[in-house]
Design a protein around this ligand. Structure first.
Ligand code: OFO
Length: 193
């Protein structure tokens, strides 16, 4: 084999992890890919509602949050494919389109994130049962991310509860929400994930 052929053979060998992903772990990761896609769509729908109902800050936050969730999905897709599995792009359910107010949006967002945390814990559980410590390690990033996202949602809900129906205060909170994690800084973080 000449030098170039040897290089390409070695490159191909190293470009993919040839250990096949455990099937149960692969299925759990594929379920999580769908969950992240659904999160992205759910927040996109909320962003649209906020945009046309006079909440530009919340809308910016939710558009960025939707982008972040897409990055979470892509990160899983690449991991599954790189580890010798096959990422599945599944059909997802249609998200809610109508919301009562900002309180309603963030209550739904928190409840959604609680469900995502349960789904991530399930993937971690499968990894431990199947003794797949590599995927277990990879999933720790998602575990930490959920702690951050739930804390932020609680924080926003607390602020909204404090102001109740005070329209002036709502204006300022909407402006603040734009600068919170899911806003510009969050979009940057998601893009680098
Ligand atoms: Fe994917 O981080 Fe929340 O849902």
């Amino acid at each position: 084999m000449n030098e170039t052929a040897t290089f390409y053979t070695l490159h191909l060998f190293h470009s993919k992890n040839t250990d096949m992903l455990n099937k149960k772990v692969e299925n759990a990761l594929n379920d999580q890919i769908k969950v992240e896609a659904e999160s992205s769509q759910a927040y996109l729908a909320m962003a649209c509602w906020a945009e046309i109902n006079g909440y530009p800050g919340t809308s910016a936050f939710l558009y960025a949050h939707s982008d972040e969730e897409r990055m979470h999905m892509l990160k899983l897709i690449r991991f599954v494919n790189d580890r010798g599995g096959k990422a599945i792009i599944a059909a997802i359910s249609e998200p809610a389109k109508e919301f009562k107010n900002l309180q309603n949006i963030f209550a739904l967002l928190l409840s959604h994130e609680n469900n995502v945390t349960a789904a991530i814990n399930n993937v971690v559980d499968v990894c431990l049962k199947e003794k797949d410590y590599t995927t277990h390690n990879f999933m720790q990033w998602y575990v930490s991310e959920q702690i951050e996202e739930e804390t932020l949602a609680h924080h926003i809900i607390d602020q909204l509860n404090l102001i109740g129906n005070d329209k002036g205060a709502l204006y300022f909170i909407d402006r603040d929400i734009a600068t919170m994690k899911g806003g510009v800084a969050g979009a940057d973080k998601g893009a680098k994930a």
